[in-house]
Design a protein around this ligand. Structure first.
Ligand SMILES: Cc1cc2nc3c(=O)[nH]c(=O)nc-3n(C[C@H](O)[C@H](O)[C@H](O)COP(=O)(O)OP(=O)(O)OC[C@H]3O[C@@H](n4cnc5c(N)ncnc54)[C@H](O)[C@@H]3O)c2cc1C
Length: 290
């Protein structure tokens, strides 16, 4: 059913199929709306809103956090319409995937987190939760009109046809922990306004009893920079023990593989240096703590 609001028609489909049918029908004249917090900032900047808004608020099965086991696989399923605040405060997330909680804490102010959803953060592909999710090997699920497909977030972000998806959830696999695991999430920039951070970096790293790095995930993004994994740096670090030469090489590799854009406030080089400095400082601090 539809309701007229401002200059747009707002549709409130009850299920995914209906939401998808509306999107197909109105196509470029429409968009999905979840909490509306990001869309609101865009509209306030003068980006025109489409005449048909498809609200996901009433779509069944898109909200909630469930810990699941399938065979030997344990994972957390977070519905796309789950509010950022609910994700941040969920006891299982705090205990097992605390990096997500830390990341969300640095997104906007509580009032916005009470409205904004995890799906909206990921669907726009620039959200500040994404670097943390990438380092936790998160997957996304989406409805393609017929069925729900699950895919690695890393892959989904890099494929081009994902404009037309209805994101249904985020999945966090339980990751293997090394004896000495560390994680970090750092966002440099203004927190409560959405003018875009200078840089957002995240990492999960582990080493075995012999001090050899046996798990590493690094990601960087922030502002108008689409978050991505730093895979060359990960490759350089895996199976190594931390030493000054390795850290120097890692620094150079980050500088070469993080490709932020410049804007009126900060240059691409500045963002690179910040990202590389944070990561190297986290790695050397972790090594010192042993
Ligand atoms: C004051 C303020 C500060 C903010 N600060 C930050 C910040 O620091 N970091 C940050 O990352 N964000 C920030 N935001 C933006 C926003 O609050 C978050 O990104 C939030 O997670 C967006 O979720 P939403 O449900 O409100 O998305 P919406 O605004 O409803 O939607 C965002 C986009 O995703 C699409 N979409 C939403 N849900 C789905 C779905 N299930 N399937 C497919 N497409 C979908 C919409 O079509 C739209 O393009 C800020 C916003 C405000 C107002």
């Amino acid at each position: 059913m539809g309701m007229r609001m401002l200059d747009a028609q707002v549709w409130t489909p009850a299920d995914m199929k209906e939401a998808w049918t509306l999107r197909e029908k109105f196509h470029l004249q429409s968009c999905f709306i979840a909490g509306g917090t990001l869309l609101q900032t865009q509209w306030e900047k003068g980006v025109p809103y489409p005449p048909q808004l498809i609200s996901l608020e009433k779509v069944e099965g898109l909200e909630g956090i469930n810990y699941k086991t399938e065979g030997t696989k344990h994972f957390l399923q977070i519905g796309a319409m789950t509010k950022l605040a609910a994700c941040r405060n969920h006891p299982v997330i705090k205990e097992k995937w605390s990096l997500l909680s830390t990341a969300i804490q640095q997104i906007a102010a509580p009032a916005v987190r009470n409205l904004g959803t995890i799906g909206g953060n990921v669907a726009n592909r620039f959200g500040d939760a994404i670097p943390a999710l990438l380092t936790m090997d998160a997957e996304v699920s989406y409805f393609d009109g017929n069925t729900i497909i699950t895919e690695k977030l890393d892959h989904w972000l890099n494929t081009s046809q994902n404009n037309e998806v209805l994101l249904t959830g985020v999945i966090l696999p339980e990751y293997r922990r090394s004896s000495f695991a560390a994680q970090f999430y750092k966002k440099v920039g203004r927190r409560e306004s959405f003018s875009g951070s200078v840089v957002t970096v995240s990492g999960v790293i582990g080493k075995n009893d012999a001090g050899v790095i046996d798990f590493v995930r690094l990601a960087a993004g922030g502002g108008d920079n689409r978050p991505h994994r730093l895979k060359e740096t990960e490759q350089l670090l895996i199976d190594q023990t931390i030493n000054p030469d390795l850290l120097r090489n890692a620094y150079e590799t980050i500088i070469n593989e993080f490709y932020p854009i410049s804007d009126v406030f900060y240059s691409d080089d500045y963002r690179r240096w910040i990202a590389a400095n944070i990561i190297i400082s986290e790695l050397s601090g972790w090594e010192r703590k042993g």
